[in-house]
Design a protein around this ligand. Structure first.
Ligand SMILES: Cc1cc2nc3c(=O)[nH]c(=O)nc-3n(C[C@H](O)[C@H](O)[C@H](O)COP(=O)(O)OP(=O)(O)OC[C@H]3O[C@@H](n4cnc5c(N)ncnc54)[C@H](O)[C@@H]3O)c2cc1C
Length: 269
């Protein structure tokens, strides 16, 4: 849609040009920004000209995804275990045109419960790298960065630079389950499981307002998995919107978590 109030558009070329003037807003892929009226936005500052590599290997063997890395590029990154990235990209149910434009940073900053790049990076213990307006940098776990729908830990003038994924989680076995009210509907509940040597780490999104991590001892019986997920979801509050009622989401999340645990247990040594 046309943003009728926008009078200026400029490309950010370096860090200095990221300082926003009154009425300006950062623009990444624009797939959300251009999807609804933005009467408060009079100028756009385009991040895509900064030339950040979509992904970079980290010295410890981890992987950095740039904020401007698109959902399509995420799937081309050198993942030791590529299935999870593909599953999360598929969870967004976007057309190929949207996948080619929507970015990791935009998905995190929008902070929708159905944010599948949030699910991907939270489940791999990702850290958000934030550029602060004084020229510095700070880091925060994805699970703390996303605080609720359209609510993130970002102060005025701060810009998300990247998400760093540690080497220790990248090659671990994972399993993903998601559900929605309709076959091609928005994610209503999504569970990612990561198998660690002594534990199972479940990340819940879609059914809760912010990512919730549940860590269980390896080999926990289904009843214990369901109880732990029910308690963690209730504490965060089961999410309600037209894509699913909270009690239905709670039941679906318990079922998905049990399926994820069963799949990861099958492959356990
Ligand atoms: C067909 C369709 C399907 C969709 N499905 C889903 C879905 O299933 N789940 C979901 O979560 N979303 C969905 N969306 C919404 C949206 O497209 C995605 O969340 C997308 O990832 C947003 O990324 P973007 O780069 O387009 O962000 P933009 O629209 O460019 O920006 C979104 C917001 O983030 C801010 N921002 C962007 N980058 C940064 C940065 N680096 N630092 C600070 N602020 C920043 C912008 O200022 C803006 O406020 C869908 C959209 C469409 C059109």
């Amino acid at each position: 849609m046309d943003l009728a109030w926008v009078e200026s558009h400029r490309f950010a070329s370096d860090r200095g040009s990221l300082a926003l003037r009154p009425g300006e807003r950062l623009l990444a892929g624009g797939t959300w920004l251009f999807s609804e009226p933005q009467p408060a936005v009079t100028g756009l500052v385009d991040l895509t000209a900064l030339g950040w590599a979509p992904w970079e290997p980290l010295p410890d063997g981890g992987l950095r995804l740039a904020a401007t890395c698109t959902v399509a590029q995420v799937q081309q990154a050198p993942w030791p275990a590529p299935a999870l990235a593909r599953q999360c990209a598929d969870a967004l149910l976007m057309s190929f045109k949207v996948q080619a434009a929507a970015t990791v940073g935009g998905n995190l900053c929008l902070a929708l419960p159905a944010g599948a790049m949030i699910a991907l990076t939270a489940s791999l213990a990702g850290e958000v790298v934030i550029w602060t307006p004084d020229g510095g940098e700070r880091r925060t776990p994805v699970t703390e960065f996303v605080r609720g729908p359209e609510l993130v830990d970002l102060l005025p003038g701060e810009v998300v630079r990247a998400v760093d994924l540690p080497a220790r989680t990248l090659a671990r076995p994972t399993a993903l389950r998601r559900t929605s009210l309709t076959p091609h509907g928005r994610t209503a509940a999504l569970v990612v499981g990561r198998r660690e040597p002594d534990a199972l780490v479940l990340t819940l999104t879609g059914s809760v307002p912010r990512p919730v991590v549940v860590t269980l001892p390896a080999g926990s019986p289904e009843q214990a998995v369901r109880a732990a997920v029910a308690a963690a979801g209730a504490e965060a509050g089961w999410y309600a919107d037209p894509h699913g009622a909270p009690d239905w989401r709670a039941a679906q999340t318990g079922r998905l978590a049990a399926e994820v645990c069963a799949e990861l247990a099958e492959g356990a040594p």
